[in-house]
Ligand binder design. Structure first.
Ligand SMILES: [Zn+2]
Length: 170
């Protein structure tokens, strides 16, 4: 019984049956009775759909072909734009740079809050794993949206500095 409760959802049903030397019907029957007693047993096997990103360690459902999660790819993109801005800023005379930095510091992009973790108490392993995955995905999406806004803001900033640099040359 303990094996059944601990393995349900983690191990495919056929392996549970094999381990217990019981028929599928008998195992299902036992699970049904356990549920009736309030033990959350769900025999559906949960196969993890998320993989962990080697760069940030977060679980991701949007791993890129480069092997990194979407937020990491956006962070790399942001770093590139920032590097370009720094290059351009170096071309401005110090007083221009100071004025520019003072005004740009006020510009802040909007941020979505991270979704709160789902309540998982009393859920079967299967239901909990599904809820946790959905939460990880929602967090990844919010994080990606926030980073995309930052990238967009940085790109606009880069364009403004570029314009400034060009006007100084004329
Ligand atoms: Zn990552």
């Amino acid at each position: 019984m303990r094996y059944l409760v601990e393995s349900a959802g983690r191990v495919p049903k056929r392996d549970i049956c094999r381990h217990l030397r019981r028929s599928s019907r008998s195992v299902e029957c036992k699970a049904y009775h356990l549920r009736k007693e309030g033990v959350p047993v769900d025999l559906r096997h949960h196969e993890p759909r998320l993989s962990s990103c080697p760069a940030c360690g977060r679980l991701s459902g949007r791993m890129g072909r480069d092997g990194f999660c979407e937020p990491c790819r956006r962070r790399a993109q942001l770093a590139e734009v920032h590097a370009k801005i720094a290059e351009l800023m170096a071309l401005l005379p110090p007083e221009e740079r100071a004025t520019y930095e003072a005004t740009e510091a006020e510009v802040e992009s909007r941020r979505d809050p991270m979704p709160p973790p789902p309540p998982t108490a009393g859920l079967s392993y299967y239901a909990r794993a599904r809820a946790e995955e959905a939460h990880e995905l929602a967090c990844e999406e919010a994080l990606t949206r926030n980073l995309m806004r930052e990238v967009k803001a940085a790109q606009k900033r880069k364009e403004r500095v570029e314009k400034k640099v060009r006007s100084m040359r004329v």
